[in-house]
Design a protein around this ligand. Structure first.
Ligand code: ZN
Ligand code: FE
Ligand code: FE
Ligand code: ZN
Length: 264
């Protein structure tokens, strides 16, 4: 196994096990490297039930750095999953600048007040025009890519999480965001957690991965584990697929510097 760059910790209040359990599981599965990328603290009115507080951030960093120094049989990286939310761009920039992360995942979880991947708000999909929702979502992803804050764009089409998809696909709707990712030299995350959800497929879908490959966008791999058993979730089949599409390498990061790992 290669790398898994999207692992959460109990500090986000919706993941189980201690970080060391994830490390042990990754070693058992023969991983070369894993990265923790827990949800970043935000100002208190933004989704506090799904993230650590700003006061817990040092605990997160110390916890991961302690594992880094204690385990020599696997590389461990300190990442962070950062929400793109226009109002708080300066806030997250400051948190990122004040700490030494190996990499920063950028994620869109909210369109205004609507938590798009939170099942509390799933009814919103029934009330809205799906094509319009996808347009607004990918426009937001595009804006996220333009901030230059992120090394990686996480779960590129997470808007499909609950299975609501435009009838005629959404490659065209998403292309502008993909091209913006390319223009800003950002890495695209292949996130297997979609296979555990009603979306029933990896984020992003095959059509988009093919397009990303055409555009020569580099990729990385993440399971979005919220439980130790999810580390490397369906990675074998996903890696086979990526190779078939033509990908030969994955991105890895150290102190925000990108390098590559061969997929073969
Ligand atoms: Zn989470
Ligand atoms: Fe996320
Ligand atoms: Fe995540
Ligand atoms: Zn995530």
């Amino acid at each position: 196994m290669l790398i898994d760059y999207h692992i959460h910790t109990r500090l986000c209040k919706h993941a189980s096990g201690v970080p060391e359990d994830y490390v042990k599981q990754a070693i058992k599965e023969g991983f070369f490297e894993i990265g923790f990328a827990d949800h970043i603290p935000m100002p208190n009115e933004y989704d506090p039930e799904n993230r650590m507080t700003i006061l817990e951030l040092p605990e997160y960093i110390n916890m991961i750095n302690e594992l880094k120094s204690r385990y020599s049989e696997i590389y461990i990286k300190l990442g962070i999953e950062v929400d793109y939310f226009p109002k708080y761009v300066d806030y997250v920039k400051k948190v990122i600048d004040e700490n030494r992360f190996d990499y920063v995942l950028g994620a869109v979880h909210f369109l205004d007040e609507w938590g798009i991947d939170n099942d509390k708000y799933i009814d919103e999909f029934k009330k809205r025009d799906i094509n319009e929702v996808y347009r607004e979502y990918f426009d937001t992803v595009k804006k996220a890519a333009e901030t230059k804050i992120f090394d990686v764009i996480a779960h590129f089409d997470v808007i499909k999480k609950f299975g609501y998809k435009p009838e005629n696909g959404y490659l065209e709707i998403a292309t502008d965001a993909l091209e913006t990712i390319k223009k800003n030299d950002i890495c695209l995350e292949i996130n297997t957690s979609g296979l555990r959800k009603e979306a029933k497929e990896v984020y992003p879908n095959d059509e988009i991965i093919v397009k990303a490959h055409e555009l020569d966008i580099p990729i990385t791999l993440g399971s979005d584990s919220h439980n130790p058993s999810e580390v490397g979730w369906h990675f074998n089949e996903t890696i086979e697929k990526l190779k078939k599409i033509g990908y030969r390498k994955l991105c890895r990061f150290s102190e925000r510097k990108r390098s590559f790992l061969s997929l073969t």
